[in-house]
Design a protein around this ligand. Sequence first.
Ligand code: NAP
Ligand code: MG
Length: 507
Amino acid sequence: MMSGFMEYQMFIDGQWTPGLTGDKMEVINPATREVVATVPRGGREDVDRALASARASFESGIWANKSVEERAQVLMNAAMLVVANKERLAYLESLTSGGTIRRTTTVDIAEVAGTLLLTAMILKELPQVEHTFFSPPWVAPMHTFWKREPVGVCAGITPWNFPLILAMYKIAPALAMGNSIVMKPASITPVTTLELAKILTDAGVPPGVINVITGPGSSMGNYLAGHPEVDKIAFTGSTEVGRQIAHQAADTIKRVTLELGGKSPIIVLDDADMEVAANMCLLGFLFHSGQVCESGTRLFVPRRLQDELVERMISKIKKMVIGDQLDMETDLGPIASQEQLNTIDRYVHIGKEEGAQLAYGGRQLTEGIYEKGFFYEPTIFINCHNQMTQVREEIFGPVQCVIPYDDVEEAVAMANDSIYGLGGGICSTNISRAQKLANRLRTGTVWINTWHVLRPDAPFGGYKQSGYGRECCYHSLLAYSEVKHICLDLTPDGDDKLMNLLIGSNR
Ligand code: NAP
Ligand code: MG
C-alpha cells in the first residue's frame, strides 16, 4: 500500500516544525525492526514553544470563543476526514504499533471517528448554562446561574498500545470544551498522533489549538507534566509514571486524569457455557497480543472446570495466525518493542520460579518469519494463586494466569484483592447471578460474557491504582471544563438586605 521511509517534524502552531536540537528518534516496524520513520527528539525548548503556542491560541479566544455549534461542526468535519484517510491512518497505526490491520482498519478508525462524532453530539446536548430558582428571604432578587468554561491549556501524554484511540480520547473532549492542547505521544509510536493533528487542522481547528511534540518521556514528558503553563494533564500509561505525574501536578494544582495499569479479573461461574468462556478468556488476554490496560489476566475458574476450559483455549490458540500485522489474515501481531518483550519473558520466568504450571507457550518466537521481530507465544499458566508475582503485577503481554477456586465468595475476594481496579468480568448463563457479582467487583468496567468493549458513549476509567477520572461520554467533557457561577443582584441599591444582615451596612 504505502512504503518508504518517512521523516516527520513536530506539529506546532498549525505548522510542521523541526525540533530545536535537530536530533532524531527512529520509529521501527516491530515485526521486522526495519526503521520506517524518524521524528525529532525534542527537548525542553520544544515544550516551551508548543505551550506558548497553545497559550496564545487559548488567550486569543480564536477557538474558546467559538459557539458550541461551530466547534461541534469542526469535530464532525474531522470525523469525516478520519474516515477519508482511513487507509493511511490504519496502515501507519499497524506499521508502528504492531496492531493487526484487520483491527485498525475497522475498530480503531471507527472508535476515533466515533469519538469525534459522539463528542460533537454530546457537546450540543450538554447544558451550557444552568439556573437556580431558589432565593432565600435575606437576599434581594438575584439571577444565579452557572456556565461551563474551558480549563485552558491541556497536556496529553499517551502510550504505544493504541496511539490513535488514546490520543482521541483526550483531544476530542479538550477541543469540544474550547481548550488548547499539547500532545506527547509515546516515543515508539508518534506518527499517527502527528497525522491526526494535521487532519484536525484541515478540518478547521485553528493554529496553536492542537500541537504535537515528540521526544523522550523521561525528560521531555516529565518537563511537560510539571510545567506551570499546563492547566490540565491527561495521562495514559504505567501506574509508576502516573503516580509521578500526580505528584508533579500537585505543585500547581493541575486538573488530572489518569488511566493507568490493570490486572483485571475474570470470574467464570460453574454454570458458564464453556465455549463462551473460552472465547471470552482468549479475547481478554490475547487482544493486541495482551498489550492492553484492561486485559483480563487473572482467570478465576471452578477447580473442576479448569482442565476443560484450558484445553478449549489451547485448541483455539493453535489455530490462530501469529505474524505480520499488515496481513489481513493475522490474528496476533508482534509485541511493540524489545523492552516490552523482555518484560514479558521476565515475568514468565518469575511465574515458573514461583511454581505456576505452564500449560502452553512460555517462549519468544524466533524462527522463520519471527526471526527479526518481537513475537511471543500465547502463554497460559495454570494452578496459580493470587499472591504470585506474575499474578499480582501487570505484564502487558499474552500471558494468562488461571487460578482455580472452590467457592465463589473466595473468587470474589481474590478478584478484589489487587491494587488495580480497571476491568473485571463474569462469565455465566445466569444473568441475574452475574449482575449481582458485577456489583461487587471494585472495577471501573465489568463485562459480562464479553471483554474489551470500550465505547465513546460510555465512561472508561479505573478504581484504585488504575487511575482516576473517566474518559469518553459526557464524563470526559466535564473533566475538560471549569464551572463558573455568576450571581447577579437584579435590584442593587444602598439599602441591601444581605449587606445589612451580614455587616450592618445600614447603621
Ligand atoms: P510509560 O513509561 O508509562 O509511558 C507512557 C507515556 O508516558 C509515554 O508517552 C512515555 O514517553 C511517557 N513518559 C514516560 N516517562 C515519563 C515521565 N517521567 N513523565 C512524563 N511522561 C513520561 O509506559 P511504558 O514505559 O511505555 O510501558 C511500561 C509499562 O506500562 C508496560 O509494561 C505496561 O505495564 C504499562 N502500560 C500501560 C498502558 C495503559 O494503557 N494503561 C499503556 C502502556 C504501558 P516515552 O514513550 O518517550 O517513554
Ligand atoms: Mg516507561
